[in-house]
Ligand binder design. Structure first.
Ligand code: H2U
Ligand code: ZN
Length: 355
């Protein structure tokens, strides 16, 4: 199927039930010609060990510390953290003066802990080429880190930027965690919408959403006994997906052993489908959204977002500019057409599905 499918639909807007934002969908624009930027192919580094890599086992990092000679996934404190661990005094500014000044110049201290997660000792591996067993070890590290960090930090953001196109600084397979002592803007929106849903419907928003999507079927990408991947109805990025557990789980470390195993298979299927989509190691930003705080949440459902920027090929990406920056997010290819493309890519991806 090509990008023009579903082009018979006219322009419309869709509402994101999870964060309240709207997206404009313009299927007819998918046929437009492209003479803009094409991202040149970069030859992948095929060696398992790179003496100049600051994440390879045993190598010395920028701060002079040597990495452990790790053989399985390993995490360390980021040498260039975005937040300081202790509550700093924040911005030191003069007392604001003039009408409304106290509401115009508002700041607060930002503290937290930043971690770097090395997924594999092998420099050229990516999550998408790992075996399910190797992926299970990555899942176990995520769970272990979240379990520890959420005891002392309000919001634990596990994420990965893959590929130069997404600003990743090093091809060595790695992700990050920023665990912070406040609720960031996106988390605040998702929390408010999930809470409001529970008050109104007496149920969990993302569980109701999963059931509705499964009944409709057209946006599903992959499903098994424990997980479901779909292109959300309100997707902004062309091939954006949402990964959902079937059971109500508020935190990543609440997964049981079978769910972890099934998650490894699900990740492998999805990431291999992404790589097959344009026959290139697919760049993306992905991350987990678990409930804020250390206590149980009745309304928050654990989920992961995947945001690949690619639109038409390995070299043509979606740019969030113009109307998106000034008015509202917008997409051309419909979420339904994107889901069909991903299902086709998954079918030929060679992913192991044990569950
Ligand atoms: P990204 O490639 O996603 O930016 O992640 C790499 C992280 O590794 C980045 O946040 C950290 C950077 O601060 N880093 C170290 O902690 N030590 C180093 O020696 C180099 C980079
Ligand atoms: Zn390396």
């Amino acid at each position: 199927m090509n990008l023009e499918t579903h082009a018979t639909e006219g322009p419309h807007r869709r509402r994101n039930a999870l964060n309240g934002d709207w997206v404009t969908v313009s299927p007819q624009r998918a046929a437009r010609p492209w003479q803009g930027e094409e991202h040149p192919d970069v030859a992948p580094d095929a060696s398992a060990y790179n003496p100049n890599c600051y994440l390879c086992p045993g190598n010395v990092r920028v701060n002079g510390e040597a990495n452990r000679a790790y053989a399985s996934p390993w995490a360390f404190d980021n040498d260039f953290p975005a937040m300081s661990v202790s509550q700093s005094s924040g911005r030191d500014e003069a007392e604001p003066s003039g009408p409304g000044a106290a509401d115009l110049f508002v700041s607060e201290p930002a503290s937290g802990r930043c971690r770097v997660l090395c997924y594999s000792p092998d420099h050229h591996k990516t999550l998408s080429v790992m075996t399910s067993a190797e992926l299970e070890a990555v899942v176990a590290l995520w769970c272990e880190e979240v379990r520890a960090l959420r005891q002392t930090h309000h919001w634990v953001q596990v994420f990965e930027n893959r590929g130069e196109m997404m600003g990743c600084s090093n091809p060595h397979p790695h992700g990050q965690i920023w665990a912070v002592d406040y609720l960031p803007s996106e988390a605040r929106k998702e929390d408010a919408h999930q809470k409001a849903w529970q008050e109104k419907h007496r149920s969990v928003l993302l569980q109701d959403y999963l059931a509705a999507e499964e009944a409709q079927g057209e946006r599903l990408v992959l499903r098994n006994a424990h997980w479901l991947v779909l292109v959300p109805y309100w997707a902004v990025w062309p091939f954006e997906t949402l990964l959902l557990p079937r059971r109500h789980i508020d935190h990543l470390d609440g997964l049981n052993a079978t769910e972890c195993l099934a998650l490894a298979d699900t990740l492998q299927g999805l990431l291999r489908a992404y790589d097959r989509l344009f026959d290139t190691p697919c760049p993306y930003t992905m991350g987990w959204h678990g409930a804020p705080g250390a206590t149980a949440s009745a309304h928050w459902q654990l989920h992961a977002h995947f945001y690949p920027p690619l639109l038409r090929s390995a070299s043509v990406r979606k740019h969030m500019v113009g109307y998106e920056m000034l008015s509202e997010q917008q997409r051309d290819v419909t979420p339904e057409a994107a889901a069909e493309r991903l299902r086709q890519a998954l079918a030929v991806s060679g992913a192991e599905q044990r569950i």
